[in-house]
Design a protein around this ligand. Structure first.
Ligand code: NIG
Ligand code: FE
Length: 394
């Protein structure tokens, strides 16, 4: 059993407390039971006497649920620093860069891929991410997608088959779609929980995306989609029509897209990825428009070597507040409970009683500092299943 007291601000995301969207308890205590779940979250004055003896006083620091980064691409070889440099000199970002990483990924051993993915997952952990989703999508052959997913399973259970990232060179689109829906899916499905398609300019059209997602669903995978990142298109509406868990990017949306997402009543989340806009110098999506319409919004890092080479959810939160019209409260919710909703998980992204004891101790008195102090290391300690897995309480 672990008992923390002296928590300046405890974010529980427990709406039943009727303490705002974040279920904030000030001057709080948090108790983790022997089952590694939250046993109690309360004001410290209400902590039962018998639990006070071994309590650790954290001196007024804030505790938040671990970040749930519901969109990353950590399985890849090489990097694209030169492409980034060219982009910063004025060259536009296109989906075509994915093929550069495809070559480096095909040339990398399983051990190299696993080591790189683990390094990035560890980097994410140290900035407070306790659950992450990650995808294949840089192999683009049956063999390389299969081994990419095997690598992905070594770092997370939230794995996504993204054979339909782009069409590899020397393939015809119809043939490739048939391969993705047939042999590639059959080989990859045992290591995947989700299927995803990049439905955008330079990648896949709506009809192909529909065929691929439907084949994935038939094979027992949950669906998600990369949609409306580079231009306006039918990806978001397709996502809602198919009931995907999340439409990701959502940079270019019209009113009909927003109504469709809102009408899903939270069943399809809009996952916004502001570091992708930052690193491609693109227009940020307007989260306010989505939230005001009643859409459930998640925030994620999109960590990948092309459009967003960062694992930092605190940076994502800063950008969402500073550039996307989100309040501090909304951004922290979207990076925790929102990410969990995008993965259809109820056990994480919250510190309500019974949730997994995944949380982060900040070196600040409030969650507000996550947006207020951009680029500064604010994480003191990260706990997963009640155990300290990064940093320390000292
Ligand atoms: O989410 N949009 C598609 N896929 C990635 C980018 C991949 C890349 O450029 O390597 C993304 O931004
Ligand atoms: Fe992505």
């Amino acid at each position: 059993m672990l008992v923390l007291t002296g928590i300046g601000t405890l974010v529980t995301n427990d709406v039943t407390l009727e303490r705002g969207k974040l279920g904030v308890i000030n001057n709080a205590a948090l108790v983790v039971g022997d089952d590694n779940k939250v046993a109690l979250a309360c004001e410290a004055v209400n902590l039962p006497r018998e639990l006070r003896t071994n309590a650790v006083d954290i001196g007024g620091r804030a505790v938040i649920p671990g970040f749930v980064d519901s969109h990353t691409h950590l399985v890849f070889g090489g990097d694209r620093a030169l492409e980034f440099e060219a982009r910063m000199s004025g060259k536009p970002y296109t989906a075509g860069g994915i093929r550069t990483t495809m070559s480096a990924t095909r040339g990398a051993s399983n051990d190299t891929l696993a080591e790189n993915a683990r390094r990035l997952a560890n980097e994410a952990l140290h900035t407070g991410t306790t659950t992450l989703e990650t995808k294949s999508g840089y192999g683009l052959s049956v063999l390389d997608e299969t081994r990419s997913l095997q690598v992905a399973t070594s770092i997370t259970s939230e794995t996504t088959f993204l054979g339909a990232h782009v069409v590899p060179p020397d393939s015809q689109i119809d043939d490739y779609v048939n391969l993705v829906c047939g042999e590639m899916l059959a080989q990859c499905a045992p290591s995947a929980k989700w299927i995803d398609v990049f439905c955008d300019r330079g990648a896949f059209e709506v009809d192909h995306a529909r065929a691929i997602l439907s084949a994935g669903a038939k094979a027992g995978l949950g669906m998600r989609i990369h949609a409306n990142q580079l231009q306006h298109g039918g990806g978001v509406q397709l996502g809602v029509e198919l009931g995907v868990a999340s439409c990701d990017h959502c940079t270019h949306l019209n009113d009909a897209d927003i109504s469709a997402l809102a009408d899903s009543n939270g069943s399809t989340v809009a996952t916004l990825l502001p570091t992708a806009e930052l690193c491609t110098r693109s227009q940020f999506p307007d989260a306010r428009r989505l939230i005001d319409a009643g859409v459930t919004v998640a925030l994620a890092s999109d960590c990948n070597p092309g459009s967003s080479y960062t694992t930092s959810m605190p940076l994502v939160i800063s950008l969402a507040v500073l550039n996307m019209n989100m309040t501090c409260e909304e951004a922290v919710w979207s990076a925790t409970a929102g990410g969990a909703a995008a993965l259809r998980r109820q056990d994480i992204g919250t510190l309500r009683i019974g949730a997994s004891a995944d949380f982060t101790v900040l070196n600040t008195p409030s969650y507000i500092h996550l947006a207020y102090r951009p680029g500064v290391k604010l994480v003191d300690a990260v706990f997963r299943l009640g155990g300290c897995v990064a940093g320390s309480l000292l």
